[in-house]
Design a protein around this ligand. Sequence first.
Ligand code: RTP
Ligand code: MG
Length: 138
Amino acid sequence: MGNRTFTMIKPDAVANGHIGAILEKINGAGFRIVALKMTRLSTEKAGEFYAVHKERPFYGELVEFMSSGHIVAAILEKDNAVEDFRKLIGATNPANADAGTIRKLFAESLGRNAIHGSDSDENAAIEGSFFFSGLEQF
Ligand code: RTP
Ligand code: MG
């Protein structure tokens, strides 16, 4: 068993019909999908999820965008999951993302960048538990 990361397919990628293609990239890169759900965040829940950024100038825009449509939340498992998944999704701004990364392929812009990936093992656990109960995390 590898370790875990958490991801969200963001409202832009869901609205643009990229759920299937993104899940294929994730499986193709060797991640096992441990838990998966489609849901929608209220502005309150989106604000809580991204609370670490609440002093940043883009926070309001980020919360508005993340609550603007459905998202797909998932817990993923693989050796070195957090770091390998950040490589698979590419740079935050798709203009700077490497060819073949999920953001290069599917993101529209810095603000509408298709997918989230946890930035540490600790945050992966916190974020996974934000969406999934203990019983759902097998
Ligand atoms: P994420 O948390 O969504 O996986 O993205 P990330 O780690 O690559 O980037 P982070 O620094 O955590 O920022 C969270 C999201 O905020 C938006 N952002 N906008 N306008 C701006 O300068 C700006 N900077 C960041 C991005 O959509 C980013 O994914
Ligand atoms: Mg981040």
